[in-house]
Design a binder for this molecule. Sequence first.
Ligand code: ATP
Ligand code: MG
Length: 213
Amino acid sequence: MTNPTSAIGIFGGTFDPVHYGHLRAALEAMEMLQLQDFRLLPAGMPPHRASTFASADHRLAMLKLALSSCPELKVDDREVRRAGSSFMVDTLAEIRREESDAPILMMIGQDAANVLDQWHEWQRLFDLAHLVIMRRPESKHIYSGALFEQVQPRIVDDPVQLRHSPSGLILPLEVTQLSISSTEIRRQIRAGLSPRFLLPDTVIDYITEHGLY
Ligand code: ATP
Ligand code: MG
């Protein structure tokens, strides 16, 4: 069995901007999975989107502000520091090289899990990490074709099982359902409405100061 304290949680996203849906899910996952090392990892230039709205540096700055009062949640800025686009599979491979055979738990929301087969070399993800799928309002689990065949046999329901191997399993995790999205926050800002109470005030102040969105 692998050392229970050595497991690593990685929660990737564009965080454009980060909001309480991300933050609450991250905190609950960290606690429920008893992870001593939990990192939010902002995407540099996400390959699956045309571009982000705010630059990588701004998204990283907002994430750091949001987490400043919660030192247990850390930021992994490796994709932002690297130029060009980064695929999650390459990022995980890099983390795997650093961590040898520690369990790596990659967190994703249900909406992202449903389209996992659109990610670059998605089948390799299971060789590198376990997947923790967090429920998200308005998204049911719908896995089609090859994705269903990959997902189904890997599903486990006890977090302890993720400690016995470095990668390859899938754990669905119930987190508090907060119907908040960055898309909706950006829309409100464009419309001149206040996004207050959907994301930290410090992040809202940063957005205002830099004229983002
Ligand atoms: P956008 O609307 O720009 O797509 P988003 O709110 O979906 O932004 P992302 O940065 O795309 O945020 O999400 C990063 C990760 O966090 C994804 O795995 C996504 O499923 C998950 N996530 C986002 N919002 C929530 C939420 N409210 N509850 C649970 N998971 C969430
Ligand atoms: Mg999204």
